[in-house]
Design a protein around this ligand. Structure first.
Ligand SMILES: Cc1cc2nc3c(=O)[nH]c(=O)nc-3n(C[C@H](O)[C@H](O)[C@H](O)COP(=O)(O)OP(=O)(O)OC[C@H]3O[C@@H](n4cnc5c(N)ncnc54)[C@H](O)[C@@H]3O)c2cc1C
Ligand code: FES
Ligand code: FES
Length: 1407
């Protein structure tokens, strides 16, 4: 029997012994498990360093490297283990983060660099970054360039760091590159490659710092000038504002190696080597049957075609990046799966006389490589399509996806937003289709797409190849794509366009062929025939362009309720792309044919310009620890005593090493205990409805399901909530949001639990739903009594004295926390009714109390523990509690441990967000812009339960002044009850929403007066001794100082403004804008009693210290700072102090880790405990002078001295909200940002940000800078990128009440390529905080910097003002936040948007 016949018949010869190597070790893959992913398998093996962040290929947390031997060559690439079917790696070597280094054998240099450069905060993303970088190094014979590194990391998300330290860690690392270049010799003894200085010399590495040493000064700098004198100011470079001149440490992107820790690398002795057994192994055909599906791996096309004939429903699985999503999110189930990866006919790439022929199983990465070769080698006029394809592929998903996704998968999916199909269509490509027993047939790409995700392919047919033609002389092709986010995002609209120009006898240039194809504007990719016809045979002049744009509006018509919404924007984008193409063709023709001239003003050339993103750079300035000034010295020049200083030195995060190696344990990494059950949520599908029936009978029949648990099973109270018990744990009669819990299905496996939960049948009677603030206001739906009022001065009388009074409405959207680790709880019942809860929570005591409440237990029987969180940002303060409670109920009944881990989409739909705000304001001010009176009503979208919304609104009320002194204020809060999932705490806790509203009206004042906005801002700044509108007197006000530092940047603001104006004058469609904002943020919980903290310090007889405190480590470096305080207090080195976990049985009644106050409070509590211990040890110190701590402790022990102390701290002299001193102190800061905006699309780049932050006397500058940068980027994401889209009146195409944006595929947080190209951060020097002597006069840092991201929003608005001025639209306009590409493009109203929307129209949003 040949392979075709045997595999179609399911020949058992192919059923045995699938193998793979994992970290060098042979694994026989388990049989019968075609449905599981590589990630699931790795985690089953206990390799939990590879994380599940999203399960949809969008976050990179699951990145591993796979190596394979193909055609006599070794290939290495990064892939997303969460999408890779287990059997897809058969015969390959899988390397996980555990495989390259660990804390016992030594860290791999990639790991070590990341740890040293402070590139790991919560650490959940970290293994993914490590493996992406590692795979990049292994996959290239040459060291990657900085651009390569940035592009390579686009598929990895980090929510904590702001990426700059990750880039710093990986760039400028010739040693690493060399090591890996040699490591590529795998198997030929490739283990002992270069890892540090010695090896580098042998390998010819340039000295550390390489070309990033400033040629002017010889010091490392961020200018990248190489050999020329320093043009971009850097430390020691010309004209730099040097972070206040003296006594600062300057750290550049180029030099992070010596930060903290020892100078030498530890290192493992060997790289994982490609197993010899796999070399030269001929991969066998596979047929692996199983209960859920059979996995086939034919090795000939004939065998695949035979399989297709035998099983027409068989799914070909290329990269599984579509099929995997269908299976996970659309409950698709396929009985037969076939991998085309080993079929030579489908993996070929051939160049013929007329075309490049690409097999359908070729991956996008391999296609990219081939296209690069062809473009480099061929004549430019012949490779026009290839160049366009390359550009398009650059922004197609992330590297991990491109490494596996096939061109066949992309085409056959028939997605209307496929990025490549428009180019195939415009280029005139053809597809070859094969079927058993039939000759190949060819179909033009333009005829292949029939209807939404339906293509011209019969069930038994296979796409075998794509033929992409060469271009000819004067034939121009261009690609277009606009997405919500530039990198790793699917298109909103994309296009491929081609025109061939001919010179007529009359000397005119006319197009004789035009093809225009668009994606994202219809259910399939479409051609625009009328627009094309309008361009053909006509002179390439403005009039022709106008006719074509008008014709395009007839070609592309999108129904108002079309899926995806954004109708006006999408039509405007299509028109803008066409305009851009017209200009591009004209410019290229002009360059080639002097007889042709651009038929438009020269400034219109900017329409066709591409932004080439240079590598990002960073500089950080902070005061050095110790007394002597070090001017402009990077870390590596720090004296040893400074490096060793316990307080004030840039110590790396205590868990950095175990985070970079994947050894750090998160809740879901705990080894599975015996008898473990898995729970899955049964969730409401309606936003507001009566529950008519709930039938669990089908669920109960699913094999391995143990039972359903709902409200009737709750042994204690079903009513829960952090402040009011106003929400049901499991809904009883009514549901009030989509995603609300109705119960849980519990099973022996997670898959069975999820299958069971999906089969619970619920019937509803719908009730009217309130989704937005506007809905709530219209219906009078408020949490009565929860919105407070603050009044000072006399607003009503003040208006008369104002030269101007303005009013308006401001809106700002919510924000998803997008912590990389989704919520997870593990509940373990113990003896005598004890219950242990291991939860990914910021509020262990809240978990303890509420689980006790739900189970009807006393609190002393419930223990909650947590080692660390993979990010929290407020999202796990209260909303983690229902998860623990839901797992606790079945655990209680079944007396077995129950684990409940949310999928990313469940987490996003059900656990709440930052509140969206709406505000109406009236502001009176003088002719200069001094604000005299403010009347403000703020409305928050609180969702379906109160949660913390009262306190969040309270914080908004006390931050509505931003940093401005206003004498007469009346501000009223309204907390809206809606049918969104309960919104909750998020970094800043209502403060940023109020502050951005303030900046919106400040902007309006400036435009009203025609004054620069920063002049208005500065005029209104608080000064020392001023009192706020709630009566708190400012002591140590640093706002002006931060402002001056941020603005005293390269040549000063005025000069940079002038440069931007000059740029704008010559550029009609790319505009630059600069803006600065200040911040002032109050530190303390506004609920007074929460401002208390406890800590427990044990000293052991060997002189080491175990410290426990009530705070939770979630990446913010809390444990590191608190350990620093303890070490300093006891006079010990930092490594003598260890913090194992946070636990309610060690420190009781702890407030949640929130409000940025934890370092202050727990540091002070620890200081109190250490004070007691020092007092007890003092007699022994006196008796044994000069003796080591260990000896002193031993002596004390022998004399029966208690070596354990409980410390306590209650923030003194604060009033809580409602009094005149709700805050212990304020933090201040300022940031200046400059952007460049593409006004035709709304795409933008952040050119530079200068940021100054007041953190008091920093306990740990590295951690503080990490918080500042991470907060800034998160704030920028909130203001400018991240948009929550709900099924509401503005989005009728989304199911009512459903969150559309519930995964990284639809919700876009910043990537590495969104951060400032040049980021300069200064920590204020000589600014000790008088209120925090116990924590060395340091200040809080978690929340205050977030608002500075708003500088980017206002810089973008400045760029829009510049565009509108040229379109004769001067003056203020309203722009809601976030400044999505849609809002930006539509605000840049021009002739292209005019047919679709008025210049005053504001875009829809879920507020
Ligand atoms: C995180 C992420 C980001 C993405 N970003 C983008 C993006 O930026 N732009 C974009 O356009 N797409 C994007 N996609 C979509 C997807 O990655 C691409 O469409 C990809 O090319 C699909 O290829 P695949 O091999 O993974 O397809 P698979 O999932 O393996 O297959 C898809 C479909 O094609 C069929 N098929 C595959 N090969 C053949 C064949 N030879 N003959 C017949 N049928 C076949 C399969 O049976 C299946 O029905 C993204 C997806 C993810 C998960
Ligand atoms: S978990 Fe795989 S990409 Fe997010
Ligand atoms: S450190 Fe990257 S997500 Fe936390």
């Amino acid at each position: 029997m040949d392979e075709a016949t045997s595999s179609a018949a399911g020949d058992k010869r192919h059923a045995s012994d699938p193998i793979a190597y994992i970290n060098g070790k042979l694994h026989k893959l388990p049989l019968g498990r075609a449905e599981i992913t590589l990630l699931a398998y790795l985690r089953e093996l206990g390799l939990t360093g590879t994380k599940l962040g999203c399960g949809e290929g969008g976050c990179g947390a699951c990145t591993v490297m796979v190596s394979s031997w193909e055609d006599g060559q070794l290939w290495h690439c990064s892939i997303n283990a969460c999408l890779a079917p287990l059997y897809s790696v058969e015969g390959m070597h899988v390397v996980t983060v555990e495989g390259i280094g660990n804390t016992r054998a030594g860290l791999h240099p990639v790991q070590e660099r990341l740890a040293r450069a402070h590139g790991s905060q919560c650490g959940f993303c970290t293994p993914g970054f490590v493996m992406s970088m590692y795979a990049l190094l292994r996959s290239r014979p040459q060291p990657p360039s900085e651009q390569d590194i940035e592009e390579n990391l686009a598929g990895n998300l980090c929510r904590c760091t702001g990426y700059r330290p990750i880039l710093d860690a990986f760039k400028g690392a010739p040693c690493l590159a060399n090591r890996s270049a040699r490591g590529n010799a795998d198997g030929a003894g490739g283990g002992a490659a270069c890892v540090s200085g010695d090896g580098c010399k042998a390998g010819g590495c340039p000295p550390r710092g390489g070309n990033m040493v400033c040629p002017s000064t010889g010091l490392p700098c961020g200018c990248g000038a190489g050999t020329a004198p320093c043009t971009r100011p850097g430390p020691g470079g010309a004209g730099e504002a040097d972070g206040e001149g003296e006594a600062v440490v300057v750290s550049s992107s180029a030099d992070k190696l010596a930060m903290g820790g020892s100078a030498a690398y530890t290192r493992p002795s060997a790289e994982p080597i490609f197993p010899a057994a796999l070399r030269g192994r001929t991969p066998p055909p596979l047929c692996l049957p199983g209960p859920a599906a059979t996995w086939h791996r034919p090795t000939t096309l004939a065998a695949l075609l035979a399989l297709k004939r035998a099983h027409p429903e068989l799914r070909i699985v290329g990269g599984n990046t579509e099929v995997g999503i269908e299976v996970k999110f659309k409950a698709a189930r396929y009985r037969h799966l076939a991998a085309p990866s080993h079929i030579p006919e489908l993996n070929r790439m051939e160049v013929t006389d007329t075309a490049l022929v690409v097999g359908a199983a070729v991956t996008l990465s391999r296609l990219q490589t081939r296209l690069r070769e062809l473009v480099a080698a061929g004549a430019p006029h012949e490779t026009g399509v290839f160049a366009a394809l390359l550009e398009q592929l650059r922004y197609f998903a992330g590297v991990q996806i491109r490494n596996v996704a096939t061109i066949g998968g992309n085409i056959v999916t028939g997605s209307p937003i496929s990025d490549i199909n428009p180019l195939y269509m415009a280029a005139g490509s053809t597809f070859t289709i094969a079927a058993e027993g039939a000759p190949d047939r060819k179909v033009a790409a333009a005829d292949f797409f029939l209807a939404y995700r339906r293509v011209a392919l019969e069930l038994h047919e296979v796409l075998s190849a794509v033929s992409i033609p060469f271009t000819r002389r004067h034939e121009y092709v261009r690609e277009f794509k606009q997405a919500h986010r530039r990198d790793d995002d699917i298109a909103i609209v994309n296009a491929g366009m081609r025109a061939r120009m001919r010179r007529t006898l009359a000397g005119d240039w006319k197009a004789d062929e035009v093809a225009l194809a668009f994606g994202g504007v219809a259910p399939i990719t479409v051609m625009a025939p009328q627009a094309a016809a309008a361009l053909v045979g006509r002179p390439w002049v403005e009039e022709t362009l106008r006719a074509a744009v008008a014709a395009l509006a007839r070609d592309i018509v999108i129904a108002p309720d079309a899926p995806g919404g954004m109708v006006e924007y999408r039509r405007s984008l299509a028109a803008s792309f066409l305009f851009r193409f017209f200009v591009d063709v004209a410019l290229r023709l002009e360059a080639e044919e002097p007889s042709f001239k651009l038929p438009l003003p020269p400034s219109f050339a900017s329409a066709a310009a591409r932004f080439e993103r240079p590598p990002a750079r960073g500089l950080q300035y902070y005061a050095r620890a110790g007394q002597d000034a070090v001017v402009g010295a990077p870390h590596r020049h720090l004296a040893a005593d400074i490096q060793d200083a316990v307080v004030g030195a840039p110590h790396r995060h205590l868990a950095a090493d175990i985070q970079v190696t994947g050894e750090a344990m998160y809740t879901d990494d705990m080894p599975h205990v015996a008898g473990l059950l898995h729970a899955a949520l049964v969730k409401s599908a309606r936003p507001h409805a009566r529950i008519l029936s709930l039938d669990t009978s089908l669920a109960q029949q699913v094999p391995r399901v143990v039972g359903f648990f709902g409200a009737g099973d709750v042994p204690g109270s079903n009513m829960i909530g952090p402040v009011l018990h106003d929400e049901e744990l499991f809904a009883t009669r009514q549901v009030t949001c989509v995603g609300q819990m109705l119960g849980v299905v519990v099973a022996e496996s997670e898959a069975a639990a999820r299958d069971g939960a999906a089969l619970v049948a619920v019937t509803y009677a719908d009730l009217p739903a309130i989704m937005s603030i506007d809905d709530a206001v219209a219906a009078g739906s408020f949490y009565e009594g929860q919105g407070h009022t603050i009044e000072c001065g006399n607003v009503d009388d003040a208006w008369a004295g104002c030269a101007h009074v303005i009013d308006g409405t401001a809106r700002v959207g919510g924000q998803e926390h997008f912590y990389l680790e989704p919520n997870c709880s593990l509940v373990v019942p113990g003896e005598a009714g004890e219950v242990t809860v291991i939860s990914s929570t910021q509020g262990p005591a809240k978990n303890q109390n509420m689980v006790a409440h739900v189970l009807g237990l006393p609190a002393h029987k419930v223990f909650c523990k947590i080692k660390r969180l993979g990010g929290g940002f407020g999202g796990k303060e209260t909303r983690s509690v229902p998860i623990s409670c839901a797992a606790a109920v079945p655990a209680w009944h079944l007396r077995r441990p129950v684990r409940l881990a949310l999928d990313r989409d469940e987490d996003m739909q059900t656990t709440g967000h930052r509140h969206a705000f709406m505000a109406t304001y009236k502001v009176g001010f003088t002719a200069e812009g001094k604000v005299l009176a403010l009347q403000l009503d703020m409305y928050s979208n609180a969702g379906n339960s109160l949660d913390l919304s009262t306190s969040i609104m309270d914080r908004a009320l006390v931050h509505c002044d931003c940093a401005y002194k206003i004498t007469n204020v009346r501000v009223v809060g309204h907390v809206c009850r809606t049918n969104q999932a309960s919104n909750t705490a998020f970094r800043g806790f209502g403060g940023p929403q109020a502050m951005i509203v303030a900046e919106m009206w400040v902007d309006q004042i400036a435009r009203t007066l025609g004054r620069p906005p920063e002049a208005v801002r500065e005029l209104n700044f608080y000064r020392e001794g001023d009192s706020t509108h709630f009566g708190q007197v400012l002591e140590g006000c640093q706002v002006q100082r931060c402002w001056d530092l941020a603005l005293r940047s390269a040549g000063g603001l005025a000069q940079r403004r002038a440069a931007a104006a000059a740029f704008n004058a010559g550029s009609r469609f790319r505009k630059r804008g600069l803006a600065a904002v200040p911040t002032k943020f109050g530190i303390s919980f506004t609920t007074k009693f929460l401002n208390q903290a406890g800590a427990l310090v044990h000293i052991y007889t060997d002189g080491t210290v175990l410290l426990t405190h009530g705070g939770v480590e979630m990446g913010q470096g809390l444990h590191t700072k608190v350990a620093q305080v303890a070490a300093a207090a006891l006079g010990l080195p930092l490594d003598a102090v260890y913090i194992a976990e946070t636990a309610t049985d060690k420190v009781p009644n702890a407030s949640p880790t929130a409000a940025s106050a934890s370092s202050d409070m727990y540091g002070a509590a620890v200081a109190d405990a250490c004070r007691q211990l020092n007092e007890r040890l003092e007699p022994f110190r006196a008796r044994l002078p000069g003796t080591a701590f260990k000896e002193i402790v031993s002596a004390a022990y022998l004399e029966r001295v208690d070596l354990s102390a409980h410390g306590f701290y209650a923030t003194p002299n604060i009033t809580g909200f409602g009094g005149a001193k709700p805050f212990n102190y304020f933090c201040y800061g300022a940031a200046l940002s400059e952007v460049e905006l593409d006004t035709l699309t709304g795409d933008w780049h952040l050119l530079r940000t200068d940021l100054a932050m007041d953190v008091g006397d920093s306990l740990n500058p590295a951690i503080d800078i990490g918080q500042v940068e991470g907060g800034f980027v998160q704030g920028m994401g909130w203001c400018c990128l991240e948009e929550l889209v709900w099924g509401d009146a503005a989005h009728p195409w989304v199911a009512p009440g459903t969150l559309h944006t519930r995964g990284p595929g639809t919700y876009k947080i910043p990537t590495v390529n969104d951060i400032p190209l040049d980021l300069r951060v200064t920590l204020l020097r000589d600014a000790p905080c008088a209120k925090t002597p116990l924590v060395h006069s340091s200040k809080a840092v978690g929340e205050p910097p977030l608002f500075l991201g708003a500088s980017v929003f206002f810089a973008l608005k400045e760029a829009v003002y510049a565009a509108r001025a040229e379109a004769s639209l001067p003056g203020w306009f309203r722009m809601d936040a976030p400044a999505t590409p849609e809002r930006l493009r539509m605000a840049c109203a021009d002739e292209l948007t005019a047919p679709f929307a008025s210049s005053a129209a504001s875009c829809k949003g879920s507020f």
